[in-house]
Design a binder for this molecule. Structure first.
Ligand code: ADP
Ligand code: ASP
Ligand code: MG
Length: 444
């Protein structure tokens, strides 16, 4: 069995769903389990609808028109999604009576995106002669903890998913991104979480391969929307891919690699628009090549700096308490650097709780300096013997360029060099480094 996951842009309209159906058809003998995202733009729109529902009458025009348009392009009846749209409207209406808009409420609203797309895609596949059926992932066993907005699967989800999926006859088209708590409340696995769903399900069924079908020809040397010269990286090790995901490369959800590593399942990143292109294969050390493979960037980084308190707590006690606070707020930490008497941490985005978080940290007897509008740039690769050489190359490339290099850290497995720059200089720094590391040999 293989898992094939199609992202939002890959199912954004009728012609794309047609293309997706043909891609699935071409691999039917490998017993695909299909995971789908909501059509592009739907999750963002549902977030807005949910946020405004307490003060405005829900306006479903955009959602209705988008799905109706897709159904008409696929020559499917609009009745197919009437029950879901009615349920969405009812749910939004109940929100207007609610006191607070909680992450729990938001997850319930967001569930409609993937439920709608899975319904449409499975029906179209069946119409095209591929017997398929849509499933809501929790009905197959994808149960999660109750960290709404960033939930993780419970241990029992894996055997349950295995058991239910092994019994299915038709090609299952399963909602990505979604789970439910034991109490039956909808949860989501974090933005772009369908990748994570696919990896969880692949782990559960011990799939032979996971395919992430996207709008790019694999993992590239940099985000192709920023660096036009970016090119496909044909192979990445699990470690390199995990580092990329953890540092926030948009192409990979941060938790999506681990379930694959656990069962040694190769991941392929493929392009829905060019299905015959080999894309990127991520696997157990598939390449022994040293060198920088990709440069990733992440905007909106928040940097927190704090001095170790001079009296009272031991350093280790202070760190324990600091990390305890971050764990309680369920915040994903990026860089963690301690130099002499200073601890520097980064967060992937400013949390809503930033003010109370810093106030709580200051109760430990430290002053917290918060810097926003930073970007993280990270060079990923197997740089083991060459870190010095690479660092020198970075500094040589950037001198005339007013980059404030704030932190350089070398990963434990020596596969990354990460630093922070002012947000305004993120793209220019990325382009300069890409040229230095990937384009110079082309010019020669
Ligand atoms: P999907 O939702 O289809 O699963 P995503 O939108 O999450 O896919 O990820 C694909 C996007 O990631 C691309 O459109 C691209 O702009 C962005 N991206 C960022 N960094 C990279 C990279 N190094 N290689 C390829 N794409 C990247
Ligand atoms: N639809 C969700 C999102 O936009 C999940 C996903 O696309 O993977 O974040
Ligand atoms: Mg996505």
């Amino acid at each position: 069995m293989i898992v094939m996951k199609f992202g939002g842009t890959s199912v954004r309209n009728g012609p794309m769903i047609h293309q997706v159906t043909e891609i699935i058809r071409s691999q039917l003998e490998r017993q695909p389990v299909v995971i789908v995202s909501a059509h592009a733009g739907v999750t963002d729109h549902l977030i807005q609808l949910g946020e405004s529902a307490r003060t405005h009458r829900p306006d479903l025009t955009w959602i209705r028109e988008l799905h109706t348009q897709i159904l008409s392009e696929l020559q499917l009846s609009t009745h197919l999604i009437t029950p879901l749209l009615e349920e969405l409207e009812r749910t939004l209406n109940t929100l207007s009576l609610a006191e607070h808009y909680t992450p729990q409420r938001q997850d319930e609203i967001l569930s409609f995106g993937e439920r709608l797309s899975a319904t449409i895609i499975a029906s179209f596949m069946t119409k095209q002669g591929i017997p398929a059926r849509s499933y809501e992932a929790p009905d197959l066993g994808l149960l999660t903890n109750n960290h709404f907005g960033e939930a993780h699967p419970l241990a029992e989800a894996y055997p349950q998913l295995k058991k239910s999926i092994s019994k299915l006859q038709e090609v299952p088209v399963i909602t990505g991104f979604l789970g439910k708590t034991l109490a039956g409340e909808w949860t989501t696995l974090g933005r772009s979480g369908s990748d994570f769903s696919a990896s969880i399900i692949a782990n559960a069924i011990s799939a032979q391969e996971i395919q992430f079908w996207k709008d790019v020809p694999g993992v590239m040397t940099a985000d192709p929307r920023v660096v036009l010269q970016a090119r496909t990286v044909p192979v990445l090790s699990f470690e390199e891919a995990s580092e990329m995901a953890c540092y926030g490369a948009k192409i990979l959800h941060p938790s999506s690699i681990l379930p694959a590593i656990e069962k040694n399942i190769p991941i392929r990143i493929l392009n829905t628009n060019a299905p015959n292109f080999s894309g990127t294969t991520i696997g157990e050390s598939p390449s022994a090549v040293d060198g920088i493979k990709a440069i990733i960037h992440k905007k909106n980084i928040v940097v927190l700096r704090m001095k170790f308190p001079s009296s009272g707590l031991f350093k280790s006690e202070f760190l324990q308490k600091v990390f305890g606070i971050f764990a309680r707020y369920h915040l994903r930490l990026g860089l963690i650097v301690t130099i002499e008497d200073m601890l520097t941490l980064t967060l992937h985005q400013p949390p809503d709780s930033l003010k109370i978080l810093t106030a709580e940290l200051e109760l430990l007897g430290t002053e917290v300096q918060v810097e926003q509008n930073k970007s993280l740039i990270c060079l990923i690769g197997r740089a083991v013997p060459k870190v010095r050489e690479f660092a020198a190359k970075i500094f040589k490339s950037l001198p005339q360029h007013e980059t404030e290099v704030v932190v350089i850290s070398q990963g434990l497995r020596k596969i990354n060099i990460a630093f922070l720059v002012e947000q305004s200089q993120c793209f220019s720094t990325l382009k300069i480094l890409h040229q230095a590391f990937f384009e110079s040999e082309l010019k020669r």
